[in-house]
Design a protein around this ligand. Structure first.
Ligand SMILES: [Zn+2]
Length: 325
């Protein structure tokens, strides 16, 4: 058995996972991400998590991993320099890969997290063996990645076909963090879920949702999901609305990329069928006749591990111990 280490630099937590040769996570390590002014300090938690994973591998294989794949939640240039990071602004312009290589004394490959997530699903998840895949990740933002015959489409920054979370789906819709208006992200991200919940609760006909808004637990997508699971009509209406908007964007991407499967991941996707069932109905209403029924919409098979597994796939481990990338 050979093992690889994939890691993820998140805005709150940095994670590392040991992944076996079948793409299964066999050990995981998590460290808080310091919100520091110096970029080196921001990645200290990431380095600790990676080193703990490396120790795990060394104890079983008798040697350190041959390299590391790292998923980051921002684009970067030349495989190295962080272009922009909304969660960790100190990283902007930082040569992350060079720094990690020096500290770990091993090869490091970076990947944008949405691409890493699709690579993980291609290797060991819902995208495996599929001809054309659209993967959508929904969390604080919305991003999408596209694969054709197992290869990712990469144009902008050599990384993505475009900013698909910012395609416009709602005329005169809410103003987006990007400065645009009516972006898909403003209709389905975590802040969209909360905005839609407030709008539905403001009508006054859903007391349980109203109580959640006013209550001590705080209004979070998770709390709205739990309330919907009890059958509460107000909370269910929130997911119905978000799912419908998800479907509008999926239908648009489907018209462009003609997928045979759409994979939905990210924290908001944990709402599951409450989100995906109205999404599928919305897609069927919006796509053209030629596309209707030509693809399915499924949750990420690796759940919240897609990007970690994809990051691990970037560095191959050979039994003979030769680094390949
Ligand atoms: Zn936008």
């Amino acid at each position: 058995m050979t093992y690889r280490v994939g890691a993820d630099l998140g805005g709150t937590y940095s994670k590392a996972a040991v992944v076996d040769q079948e793409g299964r996570v066999v050990a995981r390590f998590s460290e808080p991400t310091p919100r520091a002014r110096a970029p080196e300090a921001c990645v200290e938690g990431l380095l600790t998590a990676i080193r703990r994973a490396a120790d795990w591998v060394e104890a079983r294989m008798g040697r350190s991993p041959e390299g590391y794949g790292v998923s980051v939640n921002s684009p970067f240039e030349h495989g190295d320099v962080i272009h922009l990071n909304n969660n960790l602004p100190a990283l902007e312009g930082f040569a992350l890969r060079s720094y990690l290589r020096r500290r770990l004394e091993a090869p490091v490959v970076l990947e944008w997290d949405i691409n890493a997530a699709l690579l993980g699903e291609l290797w060991a998840g819902a995208a495996s063996g599929r001809r054309r895949v659209v993967m959508v990740s929904i969390g604080t933002g919305v991003a999408a990645a596209i694969s054709v015959r197992g290869q990712l489409l990469r144009w902008v920054y050599d990384q993505t076909p475009g900013e698909m979370g910012h395609m416009v789906v709602a005329r005169d819709g809410p103003v987006c963090t990007c400065g645009g208006r009516g972006c898909w992200e403003e209709m389905v991200s975590s802040r969209a879920v909360l905005r839609i919940a407030r709008e539905i609760a403001a009508g006054g006909e859903f007391p349980a949702l109203r109580a959640l808004l006013d209550g001590g637990e705080g209004l979070t997508p998770e709390a709205i999901s739990r309330l919907a699971d009890t059958g509460d009509p107000g909370a269910r209406a929130v997911w119905q609305e978000v799912g419908e908007w998800l479907g509008v964007g999926v239908a648009s991407l489907a018209q462009i990329f003609l997928p045979d499967r759409v994979v939905v991941g990210g924290g908001i996707s944990l709402a599951g069928e409450k989100l995906l069932a109205p999404c599928r109905a919305s897609v069927d209403r919006h796509v053209g006749d030629a596309l209707r029924g030509s693809f399915d919409i499924v949750p990420a098979a690796l759940g919240q591990d897609s990007a970690l597994v994809g990051a691990a796939s970037l560095v191959s481990e050979s039994p003979g111990g030769q680094a390949s990338r």
